[in-house]
Design a protein around this ligand. Structure first.
Ligand code: P6P
Length: 340
């Protein structure tokens, strides 16, 4: 008789097995990843019912980005905070929804890790039933002890210990990397377990899609315009890719990871207040860059590796090109050649 479920690997079992690859692991990172998986289950339970409850629509508040805060944004932010603030695994947190760093309440023990997250990215799409997601990255603290500081949070993407995302769509998936490759888990809502569904994800050799908001083309530099035409098969290209753009970063990056190609949000001249484009370095670009590079791809600002950027501000933005290495390097070539 087959051992029922022998091929069924839960995320708990997978993270535990992964931990074995790191002999000096204390298990704290393992526990932190469990915490995030649980937060994902709770957020998923709300996003999949968003159309039913009165949770749709905004709270009328504004977040630090000056963006209308959707109720789900707030729920996701609070869920992640409440599941992680007391565990003794973290020294400090940072969230898209909070202007400053988030201290661990003094009544709780300090930990050695730092968690930065975008609790619900793509939230402007919630009311249209478009996939949205949670993005996270984990670092080791830089300061020795006591409450974590801004210095512990403003770390380069090259110092990431683990990162990943949850995508709340036709199914709920958790995709993460911790230095030993990328693995994807699909939530089985009937049992409330994330099951390993996409082991050892690698970017496909043959790219299929390019992903950018072409509505902003008139605001692009010459280099970006020529790069985009190259992706479409002009400018001496040897391939022509199809355009796919959802406008929800987690969904666009997830498709790029599984289908190959390139996702980019370049700097544009549309908004003088956003000379570096729209995406946030700390909790959008760097975590996704880590995952893509763990899967064999590359992530760039257009001038160099995005994970080499030294952050100066919690909410600083960066131009971002990520996906198949060859395609991202080509973006750097066009920008270097045409955008002095
Ligand atoms: P645009 C969603 O608001 C978001 O922050 C990302 O998820 C997404 O990639 C981007 O903005 C879409 O921005 O300007 O194309 O609508």
């Amino acid at each position: 008789m087959t051992n029922a479920g022998s091929s069924m690997i839960t995320i708990e079992r997978h993270i535990f097995l992964e931990q074995a690859a790191f002999p000096d692991a204390s298990g704290t990172l393992t526990q932190l990843l469990y915490d995030i998986a649980l937060a994902g289950k709770l957020i998923a339970s709300r996003t999949t019912r968003a159309g039913l409850a009165d949770i749709l629509g905004a709270t009328g508040d504004e977040n630090v980005q000056g963006e209308e805060v959707q109720k789900l944004d707030l729920y996701a932010h609070r869920t992640i905070f409440q599941l992680t603030d007391h565990t003794g695994r973290l020294a400090v947190m940072a969230s898209e929804e909070e202007k400053d760093i988030i201290a661990i309440p003094s009544k709780y023990p300090m930990g050695k890790y730092v968690l930065v997250f975008d609790p619900l990215d793509g939230s402007s799409n919630i009311d249209f039933n478009v996939s949205v997601g949670t993005i996270f990255a984990i670092y080791e603290r830089k300061t020795e002890s006591g409450p974590g500081t801004l210095r512990d949070v403003l770390q380069k993407g090259s110092d990431i210990v683990a990162a990943g995302y949850l995508v709340y769509g036709s199914s709920t998936m958790l995709v993460y990397a911790a230095g030993n490759g990328v693995n994807g888990f699909t939530l089985d809502p009937s049992v409330g377990e994330f099951l390993l569904s996409h082991p050892h994800i690698r970017l496909p050799e043959r790219p299929k899609y390019y992903s950018v908001n072409q509505g902003y083309e008139k605001y692009w530099t010459e280099g970006i315009k020529r790069y985009t035409r190259w992706l479409q098969g002009e400018e001496g290209a040897t391939q022509s890719l199809s355009l796919r753009y959802i406008g929800s970063m987690v969904a666009d990056v997830h498709r790029t990871l599984l289908g190959g190609g390139v996702f980019y949000y370049p700097a544009d001249s549309k908004d003088p207040k956003k000379p570096n484009g729209k995406l946030r370095l700390l909790y959008e670009a760097n975590p996704m860059a880590f995952v893509i590079e763990e899967a064999g791809g590359y992530a760039s600002t257009g001038r160099g590796a995005v994970r080499d950027v030294d952050p100066e501000d919690l909410h600083e933005r960066t131009p971002l090109f990520l996906g198949s290495t060859e395609l991202v390097r080509k973006a750097e070539e066009f920008i270097g050649q045409y955008d002095s």
